[in-house]
Structure formats: structure tokens, C-alpha cells
Design a protein around this ligand. Structure first.
Ligand SMILES: *Cc1c(COP(=O)(O)O)cnc(C)c1O
Length: 461
């Protein structure tokens, strides 16, 4: 088989700056050993997130110039609305500045104190927006998905029996809607099968419950369905995506992901009465319904992005890049979450660094060492991010200690990925010399963004 190449050529370049290990060490010290504190100019290959960090196409840049900045009735809105309608089938299209703004508006209208919102697995902003309404965000991921390395094609599937049990337990009146996240971001970008969404739809029909998709990575999910699901192999990913949306009553999408935009979100739904209420909230917190939280030019670029993202050549390259990076990690002897997801590779730091206990943050130790060694920035997803501090001041370990290397869309080439593989290999040979860290200061909430740390003199055991 030939190399899967980037299905584009480069028109504009943005220089990236190489630094020495000494410079990186000074930058990391100044940042309190927290990669969120670094200046991007001090990072060579930035794999912190795939959110809003991708490159736009020449057609998207052209679309920016078509942007109509009229306050009301902008032509850009009509172009955006018609693409979202064609893709999702939903009548009411409500633009927001990000996915979380759509979540806040939707759950602000739907969820009441004491309600339960089932999801295969809530993304963190979704959970926060459900809990902000004093409702419970309940994850019903299939149990096998809790095994990091179980090679399952659809590890993002919801446990349908658990959904039935939840409905029986709390009663349909306390469930404002059922939600499915495609792909399961928190589980490593794992896809949900069409069969699973159909099964959840049946349960929802039986109990007359609305179903909403958190569809940030709908195109990657559709691609996995055409690769892995029986009977779906010859289908066009856009057709599959449309079928997924049509199984639901509405969706919200962070357009910083599969919208191929640098900013943007959308809420789309069929229920006219709910749409009316959401639009009223939109005016209060985002803007007039024909621009929401966005400029006209953003709406135009996003409309074009939503057309491009289901191109099979793009999706084939995208998913292959994540798989290729995972193979480089395996060659280096670094265990990862398996199978690799669509948008990122998750390194198993606890597996690589068994001498560093969770309370000394093996994920953070690995992420810092990748930066010191090669200027590569990933993000810890483990005890620093999720661990709770116990009464005695020590940390309750998170279930895993991972480092996520997320791939910005259409931004880096294969040689950048090869370079990251070389950095991984170098760090892996020195794994037993890595040391743990301790927290110097931390805020009360969401500590991983702003905590300051320092390296321990030993592994921290
Ligand atoms: C990114 C993301 C969100 C939130 O969207 P923002 O645009 O970052 O506000 C919600 N759900 C999922 C699955 C996401 O990946």
C-alpha cells in the first residue's frame, strides 16, 4: 500500500521556532512545570489540543471575504444555515461562539434540579453545564470501554441496558433528554456505531424521550463507521453522518473540531417551541439569531468547513495520521490507549513509568519530558487533571494517568509526526530516570490549567 499523503499542498507558511533544552527548561520553570503556562512561541510541535488549532483551506479563506457583516438577515447566516440543514436535517439552526455556549443554552432550557442526563460519556464542559443546572450527568459507556487496551471497533457505544435501567430507576419525567457524544472524546476519540445510535433511538421512542448528539467529531465518527461497521463499508461518510443526525432530535457541535474552524459552535434542532426559547436565551448571552456569537465571515468559513470535512481523502489522511503516530509510540515501547482514536493518541504514562506513583503525576512527568526533549507539547489527562485531594492532603488517583497528543487538523506534515516519534523514542529510553512532581500551588477548581508544580528529587515513591 502506498503512503497516505496529506491531501493538500501548502500555500501559506507559519514559521516554528527551535529552542535548546536549556531554553525550554527555563521556560518550563517560569511556567511552574505546567505546559498550559508556556508561550506558544516556545513550543515546536504543539499537540495540546485539536480544538480551533487547525488550518483553513483556500476556499475557507475565500469565504471569509464573502462574509456579510449585517446585524440581521446576513447572507452568511443563510449560507451557514443551509449547509447545517443539508447535513443534519434539523430545521432550526442557532449559531453560537463555541460548543459550550450551545450546551449552556440547551441545558439551561431543558434541565431542572434533580434531573438525570444520560450520555455515553460526557465531555467535561457538557458535564459542567448539566451540573450547573443541579442535574446529574450520568455516563453510561459500555463497560468494556473502561479497559484502556481492549481492541474494540466501537468503544464509544452507550450501554443500552444501562440506559433502560436508568429510565426505570429515575422515571422518564426526570430525564430531559438522552445524549450521545460522537466520538467519545473523554474515552480517547472512540467512535459510536450506527447500530448503537439506532438502538438508543428505539429506547428513546419507546419512552418518548428526545435524543441529542454532542457531535464535535461527527465526521471522524462517520468515517470509522464506513471502515469498521458491518454493512456500512461502501457508504459515503457524508451520507452516514446525515443518517446519524437524522436519528436524533437535535445536536450541538463545537465547530472548532469538525467544523474546520478556529472558533464557532451551533445548536440545531427540530422542536419549534424549544428553538424559540433557545433563541431568546441566545439573544441574551450570544447575539441576534442570524449571527449568534460569530462574525458573518466566521459563519461563511464554517459553512465551507462543514462541506470539506466529510471528504473521504481528508478523513482517510486524518485517521491514518493518528494511527501512524500510535504506531511510532508502540515502536518506541510506549503503551497507548487502543485502538487509536480519530483526533489524538493517548500515551499510558502510568504503564511507561511504573516507578512514579499517581500522586507524583506520571502523566505530567512524561508531558514535561516530551517538551524538554523536543519542544513537543501534549497534555496530562490523569491525576493532575482529575485527582481529588483527600482530607489528609494527599491525592486520590484518577483511574488513569495519560498524556494526550492531539492532532490539529491539516496543520502538521508527516515529517512533523516522524519527529514526534523520534522524541517519544528518546524519552522512552530514559524512562526509568524520569522523576515525579509535586504541586506548589493550586486553585480550588480546574487545577490543571493554572497549578504550579516542581520536580521531586526522586521518583516520588
Ligand atoms: C470541544 C467539545 C465541546 C465543547 O466545545 P467548545 O467549542 O470547546 O466550547 C463539547 N463536547 C465535545 C465532545 C467536545 O469535543
Amino acid at each position: 500500500m502506498r503512503t497516505v499523503i496529506e491531501p493538500f499542498k501548502v500555500k501559506v507558511v507559519e514559521p516554528i521556532r527551535a529552542t535548546t533544552r536549556e531554553q525550554r527548561r527555563a521556560a518550563l520553570e517560569a511556567a511552574g512545570w505546567n505546559l498550559f503556562g508556556l508561550d506558544s512561541q516556545d513550543v515546536l510541535v504543539d499537540l495540546l489540543t485539536d480544538s480551533g488549532t487547525g488550518a483553513m483551506s483556500s476556499e475557507q479563506w475565500a469565504a471569509l471575504m464573502r462574509g456579510d457583516e449585517a446585524y440581521a438577515g446576513s447572507a452568511s447566516f443563510h449560507r451557514f444555515e443551509s449547509v447545517v440543514r443539508e447535513l443534519t436535517g434539523f430545521e432550526h439552526v442557532i449559531p453560537t461562539h463555541q460548543g459550550r455556549a450551545a450546551e449552556r443554552i440547551l441545558f439551561g432550557e431543558l434541565a431542572r434540579p434533580g434531573d438525570v442526563v444520560p450520555n455515553n460519556r460526557h465531555f467535561d464542559t457538557t458535564r459542567a453545564n448539566v451540573e450547573y443546572q443541579q442535574a446529574e450527568a450520568r455516563d453510561l459507556i459500555r463497560p468494556e470501554a473502561r479497559d484502556l487496551t481492549a481492541e474494540l471497533p466501537f468503544k464509544g457505544d452507550m450501554d443500552v441496558d444501562a440506559l433502560e435501567a436508568t429510565i426505570a430507576e429515575v422515571g422518564r419525567d426526570r430525564i430531559p433528554c438522552v445524549t450521545i457524544t460522537v466520538t467519545d472524546n473523554s474515552g480517547g476519540g472512540q467512535p459510536v456505531s450506527l447500530a448503537n445510535v439506532r438502538a438508543v433511538r428505539q429506547v428513546c421512542d419507546h419512552h418518548r424521550l428526545p435524543l441529542f448528539l454532542d457531535a464535535a467529531r461527527f465526521a471522524e465518527n462517520a468515517w470509522f463507521i464506513t471502515r469498521r461497521e458491518d454493512g456500512q463499508q461502501d457508504r459515503d461518510p457524508r451520507e452516514v453522518a446525515r443518517e446519524l443526525f437524522r436519528l436524533a432530535d437535535g445536536c450541538w457541535i463545537s465547530l472548532k473540531k469538525d467544523g474546520l474552524g478556529n472558533i464557532g459552535g451551533v445548536l440545531a434542532l427540530d422542536d419549534p417551541e424549544l428553538a424559540e426559547r433557545c433563541r431568546a436565551m441566545l439573544i441574551l448571552t450570544e447575539g441576534f439569531p442570524t449571527y449568534g456569537g460569530l462574525a458573518g465571515r466566521d459563519l461563511d468559513a464554517l459553512a465551507q468547513g462543514l462541506i470539506e470535512v466529510t471528504d473521504p481523502a481528508y478523513l482517510g489522511y486524518r485517521v491514518r495520521t493518528a494511527e501512524y503516530l500510535a504506531e511510532l509510540a508502540w515502536d518506541a515501547g510506549i503503551p497507548t490507549v487502543r485502538p487509536p482514536g480519530g483526533h489524538a493518541v493517548y500515551l499510558d504514562a502510568r504503564g511507561l513509568l511504573p516507578h512514579i506513583p499517581p500522586h507524583a503525576y506520571p502523566g505530567q512527568a512524561l508531558a514535561c519530558e516530551l517538551y524538554l526533549t523536543g519542544g513537543v507539547r501534549g497534555v496530562e489527562i490523569g491525576t493532575l487533571m482529575f485527582g481529588r485531594t483527600r482530607a489528609d492532603g494527599t491525592d486520590e488517583p484518577a483511574p488513569y494517568d495519560l498524556v494526550r497528543l492531539a492532532l490539529p487538523r491539516r496543520t502538521y506534515t508527516q515529517s512533523h509526526v516522524d519527529y514526534v516519534g523520534e522524541v517519544l523514542a528518546e524519552v522512552a529510553t530514559r524512562a526509568e530516570q524520569l522523576r515525579g512532581l509535586e504541586i506548589v500551588s493550586q486553585p480550588a477548581m480546574l487545577r490543571h490549567f493554572t497549578a504550579r508544580l516542581r520536580p521531586l528529587a526522586d521518583a516520588g515513591g
